[in-house]
Design a binder for this molecule. Structure first.
Ligand SMILES: [Zn+2]
Length: 86
């Protein structure tokens, strides 16, 4: 049989790889097939995916200011300036 349907255990075991898109296409199809048929796994996969998406969105929002190096240089100059004053 080409499309063996995974058990919940089989699907859950592949959850991380599924989210990391590291499954082979066969595994991917099998996992998606199981998740479509199984409500509890469907909820779990959805929850994990949303959590992961949330984390990724947060990381995407952290953008370094363009002038960060300039600011660091200014801080260093300030610091060395202070040392000269003391
Ligand atoms: Zn299941």
């Amino acid at each position: 049989m080409l499309l063996t349907i995974y058990s919940c255990n089989d699907a859950i075991k592949r959850l991380d790889d599924y989210l990391d898109r590291e499954l082979s296409s066969t595994e991917l199809v099998r996992v998606e097939r199981h998740v479509k048929l199984c409500q509890s796994c469907s909820k779990k996969f959805k929850f994990e995916k949303e959590t992961l998406d949330g984390i990724r969105a947060k990381f995407n929002r952290i953008i370094l200011p363009i002038d960060i190096y300039e600011r660091i240089e200014q801080l260093l100059e300030l610091e060395s300036g202070n040392k000269d004053n003391h």
